[in-house]
Design a protein around this ligand. Structure first.
Ligand code: NDP
Ligand code: BG6
Length: 512
């Protein structure tokens, strides 16, 4: 019997929890980008923290012609490039790499699944993985339904010997209708409890902390409503462009790629009511209630409350970069948006009248994801006859990445006999407060799937509601092609209209 050693058993304890349940993970798309950049490094990190089960195996499958040994060699090269840890632990990797297997094959060919089933039998026996199988779809969305069906036909969906789970990557559908149809396809072979829809933003510690910060501290929650909050800003800015993913991006655009999923997930954590418990369904129901309360945009509303943009060539960090239309696999007349901003309202008792401004863009000057809670200002009457011209309102800032932390800004008196105020900040930094190692964001999600905790995974109803929010925007944008694309140079904060969206309300974006 082959067992993984747990080199860091000391780490398994109060802080990290127990190792996950014995299982074999099958990665469809094992020769692809997601596998080498994020999934395998995440599994390696779990192994370093003693969280992978002792009885574990990873079976990769893809079209590329490799055998077990060449797959192990390839992964051994890739992990050294993509590990998120500063010090590479050869012993942990040596143990992990022995648990790696590979099945070449076309996903359209039933023989691929027969070979897979046979290998899984051998692996289950050798690694004592108890017939528990986690199938991860790290593949282009066009083959999601196909693989799900073929797994069903090969009876790999059965849960007689052990559990069988299907992890589906984003994008989950292309619009509302295709999401419903994809869900219907999956449900023909899998039950809802077997389907795990992943959104890697939910794996980020700082996103998870939004909830614990709100509900684990007594002082903020009483202020967390329309009486005290003026507006909320959510920004997900990226410096990178489409990085060779032109084929995918041309059909997606940033509304589908970032806003419909990652940003609405963050918004739901900011706006949800206190759940009754941390149980998966209590949290997921709370998020759904928020998304259901988002006021649907009318076609006129789309024109006034959303902005789209596409980058032209420019300079990022002093380097000259291509415009979106010059990127590989992108049309020279592309209408795909690489920037989007929207003003939304959560029409419920807590949030009535409080605008939520969302924006995301590629090729912006900085990589930064953050949430700003802008409180209402204090009355200025007391300062009327003083040199203080205006009182800055308090801001609470959640730095989701890269410099994870939380910041509260407030007014302080500048020392001296004359009354002057200055905005100062109380700053909490994760890296100063905790001993953390940088992860990929996938560790927690893979672990949770192995221990059957679906809290951070999306239920079908949430995905569909999120599409309903995005759908009117998609409809108007596709029926009215943009006339001004490209409309922002790479290395700037997006099109002028994005600034106007805020200026019209007497506000401005907080540029990180
Ligand atoms: P890649 O194009 O890099 O990889 C696709 C993989 O699928 C390859 O291993 C390819 O095999 C395999 N494949 C495709 N079609 C077939 C087929 N018919 N038969 C056998 N193998 C096939 O994609 P990514 O890894 O970038 O993305 C995978 C998924 O993850 C997508 O849904 C994407 O949206 C999502 N995702 C990706 C992220 C990323 O950072 N890359 C981030 C978040 C989500 P081969 O190369 O051997 O032909
Ligand atoms: C992915 C998108 O889901 O998220 C990418 O497909 C984007 O286009 C990425 O770059 C951003 O993730 P992160 O974790 O780097 O903010």
């Amino acid at each position: 019997m082959a067992e993984m050693k747990l080199h860091s058993e000391a780490a398994v304890g109060a802080r990290y929890g127990r190792p996950a349940d014995p299982c074999a993970i099958v990665i469809f798309g094992a020769s692809g980008d997601l596998t080498k950049r994020l999934l395998v490094p995440a599994l390696y990190n779990l192994a370093c923290d003693g969280l992978l089960p002792r009885n574990f195996a990873l079976v990769g499958t893809a079209l590329s012609d490799m055998d077990h040994e060449s797959f192990r060699d390839q992964m051994s090269k890739d992990i050294r490039q993509f590990t998120t840890r500063d010090a590479f632990d050869e012993r942990v990797w040596d143990d992990l790499v022995r648990c790696l297997y590979y099945v070449p094959g076309n996903f359209e060919d039933p023989a691929t699944y027969r070979r897979l089933a046979q290998l899984l039998d051998e692996v289950d026996a050798k690694h004592q993985t108890r017939g528990n199988h986690l199938f991860y779809l790290a593949v282009p969305p066009v083959v999601f339904s196909l693989i799900s069906r073929q797994l069903g036909q090969a009876r790999l969906t059965d849960e007689e010997k052990g559990w069988s789970r299907l992890v589906v990557e984003k994008p989950f559908g292309h619009d509302f209708e295709s999401a419903v149809s994809l869900d219907g396809d999956l449900r023909q072979h899998w039950q809802e409890h077997q389907i795990w829809r992943i959104d890697h933003y939910l794996g980020k510690e700082t996103v998870q902390n939004l909830l614990t910060f709100r509900f684990g501290n007594g002082i903020f929650e009483p202020l967390w409503n329309r009486h005290h909050i003026d507006h909320v800003q959510l920004t997900a800015a990226e410096k990178i462009g489409v990085e060779g993913r032109g084929n995918y991006y041309e059909r997606a655009g940033i509304l589908r790629d970032m806003i419909q999923n990652h940003m609405l997930q963050m918004l739901s954590y900011i706006a949800m009511e206190a759940p009754t418990s941390f149980h998966a369904d209590d949290i997921r129901n709370g998020k759904i209630e928020v998304l259901k309360a988002i006021r649907p945009l009318t076609p006129e509303g789309v024109l006034t409350n959303t902005v789209r943009g596409q980058y032209s060539g420019g300079t990022v960090d002093g380097n000259v970069v291509l415009g979106y239309r010059e990127e590989p696999d992108v049309s020279q007349t592309s209408h795909t948006e690489t920037f989007a901003a929207a003003k939304l309202f959560v029409d419920n008792w807590r949030w009535a009248g409080v605008p939520f401004y969302l924006r995301s863009g590629k090729r912006l000057p900085k990589r930064s994801t953050e949430v700003t809670i802008q409180f209402k200002g204090a009355p200025e009457v007391l300062f009327r006859d003083t040199p203080v011209e205006r009182l800055e309102a308090n801001k609470l800032l959640f730095h989701i990445q890269p410099d994870e932390g939380i910041e509260l800004s407030f007014q302080a008196k500048v020392p001296g006999p004359i009354l002057h105020l200055q905005t100062v900040r109380m700053h909490f930094e994760y890296k100063a407060a905790f001993e953390t190692t940088r992860g990929t964001g996938y560790e927690r999600l893979l672990y949770d799937c192995m221990i059957k905790d679906p809290t951070l995974f999306s239920r079908a109803d949430l995905v569909e509601i999120a599409w309903k929010i995005a759908q009117p925007i998609l409809d108007v944008w596709s029926s009215l092609p943009p006339r001004d694309f490209p409309n922002y140079p790479a290395g700037t904060w997006g099109p002028r209209d994005a600034a106007l969206l805020m200026e019209r309300d007497g506000l401005e974006w907080r540029n990180p």
